[in-house]
Design a protein around this ligand. Structure first.
Ligand code: GLA
Length: 392
């Protein structure tokens, strides 16, 4: 499990100095995220309700006086180099496609890559990779913030979210939506971001977990996922096919009242995919209303219902996630669900603080009894989005 107590900023500054033999100009960071509710709704123009977490990726960066960009990180020995003028999705591969993809995507949004100075960048992070906590969006948002500052681009955070998504879609090749970058850039302490993925209108809504005696517990199953291939793209294609068959621009334009009509038109699998998205959008709106009117203890049932819909209708859960969720529910969680794209990764549970230790032990025991790899279980705090860090 990654260590949340180490000083990632100091380690990034040190890593930069030892890799490049000089001091960085500055440090910028961006957090991972968990999605409280609203899964696979973002690329359907729908609603999501994620939060930034207290696990961050830090980039230490300095400009160069030529047009060359270099990236390095604590998670690989490579230093990868490219001329800014040559950047295109075709020349990018491996992890460096994330930061270089952002530089390229800034160019697509108007930055003049032929004229701007190059840079050296070094990344360090305590966001677990492959856990569905958006380590990739944390990289994209951190480098996006850094380049926006040092290149004086003056893009706002919504534009930087689109830049990160473009990098992920075209440079990395994962057909993901706008949620992760938005959470990483727009998140605030003790709050979640209620985002309309069509208009990108975002409202930051206080969660009040701590005063209610609640913790947000992550159960990372250690079943690793990848969204560049397979199931994620297939689900997206089904949603688009469903919208086309029902003559709407996207599934956002349907409500639960349309499901009867959908039943008459769609095959069973497409119907279930559509039903998940339509009911999940309704659950997000319900969760935001319930949180406001009745407080955080009242949202549990909606989280539980979201998991059932992902397990049975959208079919993106795996046995490890189902076991994490059901064991958490039986051991005091007010609500639990898988979070993120699915096919592995993490589940979340909203848990009264005094039950966290017992619940964690029960989940570990259940995994051991099932013969599964031990999960990593830890609490996260809803945290501030991307920012410039004071020099370490
Ligand atoms: C991944 C993607 C997001 C979103 C979620 C599912 O995290 O990156 O855009 O689609 O899956 O809600």
């Amino acid at each position: 499990m990654s260590d949340s107590t180490r000083n990632v900023s100091a380690d990034a500054a040190d890593g930069f100095a030892s890799r490049y033999g000089r001091e960085p100009l500055g440090l910028w960071s961006a957090p991972g995220r968990v999605n409280l509710i609203g899964e696979h709704t973002d690329y359907n123009d729908g609603f999501v309700f994620p939060l930034a977490i207290d696990r961050r990726t830090v980039v230490a960066l300095a400009l160069r006086d030529d047009g060359v960009a270099r990236v390095a990180s604590s998670f690989s020995d490579d230093t990868v180099e490219v001329a800014l003028a040559d950047l295109s999705p075709a020349v990018l591969s491996g992890w460096s496609a994330y930061p270089f993809g952002v530089a390229w995507a800034l160019g697509q949004h108007g930055a003049d890559l032929d004229a701007l100075p190059g840079f050296d960048a070094y990344f360090d992070s305590d966001v677990p990779v492959g856990a569905g906590l958006s380590s990739s969006a944390a990289i994209e948002s951190a480098i996006g913030m850094a380049l926006n500052d040092v290149w004086n681009l003056d893009f706002d955070r919504r534009t930087l979210a689109r830049v990160g998504q473009l990098a992920e879609n075209k440079a990395v090749g994962a057909p993901t939506g706008i949620m992760d970058q938005s959470a990483s850039l727009l998140g605030e302490r003790d709050a979640a971001v209620f985002l309309d993925c069509r208009s990108l209108d975002a409202e930051v809504i206080p969660l009040g977990f701590e005063p209610a005696g609640l913790e947000l517990v992550i159960i990372d199953t250690n079943v690793s996922h990848s969204h560049a291939t397979g199931g994620y793209a297939e689900r997206r294609a089904s949603c688009e096919a469903g919208a086309a068959a029902l003559h709407v621009r996207s599934l956002r334009d349907l409500t639960v009242d349309d499901l009867e009509r959908a039943e008459a038109v769609l095959d069973d699998v497409t119907l279930r995919r559509v039903r998940h998205v339509v009911t999940e959008n309704a659950r997000v709106l319900d969760a935001v209303r319930t949180l406001r009117e009745d407080g955080p203890r009242a949202i549990g049932e909606l989280l539980d219902a979201s998991h059932v819909s992902m397990r049975d209708d959208f079919e993106i859960s795996v046995p490890e996630l189902d076991l994490a969720v059901s064991t958490a529910q039986r051991n005091g969680a007010l609500g639990a669900r898988m979070t993120g794209g699915g096919f592995g990764g993490a589940a979340i549970a909203v848990v009264p603080s005094h039950l966290v230790a017992q619940l964690s032990e029960s989940v570990r025991d259940a995994f051991a009894a099932a013969g599964y790899t031990a999960p990593d279980i830890f609490s996260v705090q809803p945290s501030e989005g991307a920012r410039a860090e004071p020099s370490a």
